[in-house]
Write a protein that binds this ligand. Structure first.
Ligand SMILES: C[S@@+](CC[C@H](N)C(=O)[O-])C[C@H]1O[C@@H](n2cnc3c(N)ncnc32)[C@H](O)[C@@H]1O
Ligand SMILES: [Zn+2]
Length: 158
């Protein structure tokens, strides 16, 4: 698949899974790397999307979500990592993936999907980071997952 890149990111096959985004050149910490765009939907519409396993939903506020599963949102191809180099930030009404450290040219652009613990075993992580917890979960759940043997399961997944 050919996905149009952006100023900082090119899209190609990823060692993590499927397609991923990669830094075109060195990126300094704090840079807005790519905007996560999509359709603004109500929480009710969002619930229907989630029932169909739409993994591209971002919460905007108490009433609205953003559905990033649209052709014009290349950021939907960014993969999750347990040691990400970006984080999603809500800035002036827009969702940006912002660099949380310096990123080297060619490095895969990743962020933590911040999934909760619901059915987390259905989302094994293959980010390849040294500290990978084995599943795609928010950082606040890393310890819980490790206590459940997350890294042991990680080894089985490799
Ligand atoms: C939002 S898409 C990311 C783009 C995806 N690589 C693609 O080609 O469509 C989310 C899906 O990518 C995969 N994925 C993303 N990060 C992953 C990771 N760290 N380990 C395993 N699979 C991952 C999972 O299949 C997940 O359901
Ligand atoms: Zn991981």
């Amino acid at each position: 698949m050919n996905v149009a890149g952006s100023e900082h990111v090119i899209f190609k096959s990823s060692p993590i899974q499927g397609m991923g985004g990669f830094a075109r050149a060195d990126i300094s910490a704090g840079t807005r790397v790519i905007e996560y765009v999509g359709e603004i939907i109500t929480k009710q519409e969002s619930l229907a999307c989630c029932e169909q396993n739409n993994e591209y939903i971002f919460a905007i506020d108490d009433a609205r979500d953003l559905d990033g599963n649209v052709d014009w949102n290349p950021a939907r191809f960014l993969n999750h990592s347990c040691e990400p180099n970006c984080e999603a930030q809500f800035i002036e009404g827009h969702i940006w993936l912002v660099a949380i450290r310096e990123i080297r040219a060619g490095e895969e652009i990743t962020f933590n999907y911040s999934y909760d613990l619901e059915d987390y075993r259905e989302h094994p992580c293959r980010c390849g980071a040294k500290s990978c917890v084995g599943y795609i979960v928010a950082e606040e759940f890393f310890e819980h997952v490790r206590r459940q043997g997350g890294s042991r399961v990680k080894a089985e997944n490799l």
